[in-house]
Design a protein around this ligand. Structure first.
Ligand code: PLP
Length: 268
């Protein structure tokens, strides 16, 4: 959840995701991003992970009723402008969250978290269909990487810009107002494809790929930044453009980090 901290106008953003004790991804990345971008950040924790720069060692999922109770506490009391959804590991949690989202009228950014960069799976196999059917329809913006996009769109591979565009528009049909698929190495690095409902062609965002081992938390940080810019009343294209500038800076600043023995975090 996030809110902007303008004097006249409070903008609150709420993140709904897992905790990463190493501080690079999840709740920790989102709250740091909300703060950096002038939003009042709130956090509903869906799962605790034990992870570091080397991978995810363990996941402790919270009871679905308790995840819902956290969200209810916020929505009953505070005017939330935007919600960002990240790691939701189990179908029961997805059911509870979906029930609450029906009464939420603000911005909803969905980062359909499935796999960490380390390769560890962050969603149960049987919950992927729940995520697709019950959460995607609420999304103002959906932010899959190529891997997640091909899973959700049911396409075998995304290796070219054309395949990226087809998948993005397939995902728009599942309900989101806009879908941005984030390109990745080898062939689509730094090339992101945005499909907006009703548009006939995709918009492309290009950036110089930065070679670094420190990319842990890029997805979380990018979607949190989009959430903040939307909460601050930017339109979708501007919010994505600004978020892309922010994540590019976070990656280049973070490339100097020497944290841990594996894949280090982006700067935030
Ligand atoms: N851990 C948590 C709790 C997350 O929400 C995410 C989000 O994608 C990750 C780990 C994965 O981070 P990354 O893929 O950048 O390593």
């Amino acid at each position: 959840t996030c809110m902007t901290q303008d004097e006249e106008e409070n903008t609150g953003s709420d993140t709904l995701t897992g905790s990463d004790p190493s501080g690079g991804a999840g709740i920790q990345a989102d709250l740091k991003t909300f703060s950096a971008l002038g939003c009042y950040g709130m956090a509903v924790i869906s799962a605790l992970t034990a992870q570091n720069t080397q991978g995810v060692q363990d996941i402790h999922s919270l009871p679905s009723e308790f995840v819902a109770a956290q969200l209810k506490s916020i929505l009953d009391d505070i005017a939330v402008d935007a919600v960002k959804i990240g790691m939701l590991e189990r179908g029961e949690i997805i059911d509870q969250i979906a029930a609450h989202l029906t009464r939420f009228k603000g911005i909803i950014v969905v980062d359909p978290v499935m796999f960490a960069k380390s390769g560890d799976q962050l969603i149960k196999d049987d919950a992927i269909e729940d995520l697709k059917q019950k959460i995607l329809p609420f999304a103002t913006v959906l932010t899959p990487n190529i891997h997640e996009a091909s899973h959700l769109a049911g396409v075998e591979k995304i290796e070219t810009s054309e395949e990226m565009e087809v998948a993005a528009f397939k995902l728009v049909e599942l309900g989101p107002s806009a879908v941005i698929i984030k390109g990745s190495r080898p062939r689509l690095a730094g090339r992101d494809c945005l499909a907006i409902r009703g548009a006939s062609k995709a918009l492309w965002f290009e950036s110089e790929p930065i070679v670094t081992n420190n990319l842990h938390g890029t997805g979380c940080t990018f979607s949190a930044a989009i959430t903040c810019f939307l909460a601050r009343n930017k339109d979708i294209v501007t919010a994505i453009k600004n978020a892309k500038d922010y994540i590019s800076l976070a990656i280049s600043e973070g490339s100097k980090y020497q944290l841990g023995h594996g894949r280090g975090p982006v700067h935030h």
